[in-house]
Write a protein of this length. Structure first.
Length: 216
């Protein structure tokens, strides 16, 4: 009788642990979005004022703002995944003092990335690292462009850059995961500086409700 009760109690404890414990997200496709602070680290530029004097002004930009990233990925197992994403960075803005032009000179940057993601789970939490590449697009606008209508316009510059990152995630449910992360696109040719993104994200994983909890 005692043995039967012990077995029943053990079964109840195991069932309760599965129901309320860690949600080990299984392999499968997922979609997500992130939002947070970006920093393009762009340097001082010569801005055309549109005035006779001074015709130009050396301006240090404001490099920070709110950016967003949309991504999709596939979980290979609980330790590895691969992602494809698009990041919109807040532009670097160059304001003359006093303001001499109607528009605000800016450098706008966006990127398409492909990364590998390595994870180490601790129950519902996991730490992760990312490594891959990003195609960055960089477009100067406003009076960073030539004011003369006959002068050649500056077109967007596109360059591949290494991308790395790290963060921590938390499994809200067997399908929903939130994360806090930092990523950096490393500087390179075309005038690109380091581009940082510190973000909070949410993703939905299309995994089996039960297989994601050690039952398969």
């Amino acid at each position: 009788m005692h043995t039967k009760n012990t077995k029943r109690l053990s079964a109840l404890i195991i069932a309760g642990s599965i129901a309320t414990g860690a949600h080990a997200i299984g392999p499968g496709f997922y979609l997500g979005a992130q939002a947070g602070a970006t920093n393009l680290h762009n340097t001082t530029q010569t801005v055309q004022t549109g005035l006779a004097s001074p015709a130009t002004q050396s301006v240090t930009p404001s490099n920070t703002g709110i950016g967003e990233r949309m991504f999709m990925g596939v979980g290979i197992n609980k330790y590895a995944a691969a992602e494809l994403g698009y990041t919109h960075y807040a532009p670097s803005t160059y304001k003359t003092s006093p303001s001499a032009i109607a528009n605000t000179p800016a450098i706008r940057e966006n990127g398409v990335d492909i990364v590998g993601k390595a994870m180490y789970p601790f129950e519902s939490f996991a730490i992760f690292g990312k490594l891959g590449a990003i195609m960055m697009s960089r477009t100067p606008s406003g009076s960073l462009q030539p004011l003369s209508p006959t002068a050649p316009r500056i077109t967007a510059t596109n360059n591949f850059h290494p991308l790395l990152g790290a963060g921590v995630s938390y499994e809200l449910t067997p399908n929903w995961v939130t994360d806090l992360s930092w990523t950096r696109a490393l500087k390179g040719g075309g005038g690109f500086q380091n581009a940082d993104f510190i973000a909070v994200g949410i993703s939905y994983h299309f995994v089996d409700k039960y297989c994601g909890q050690f039952l398969c």
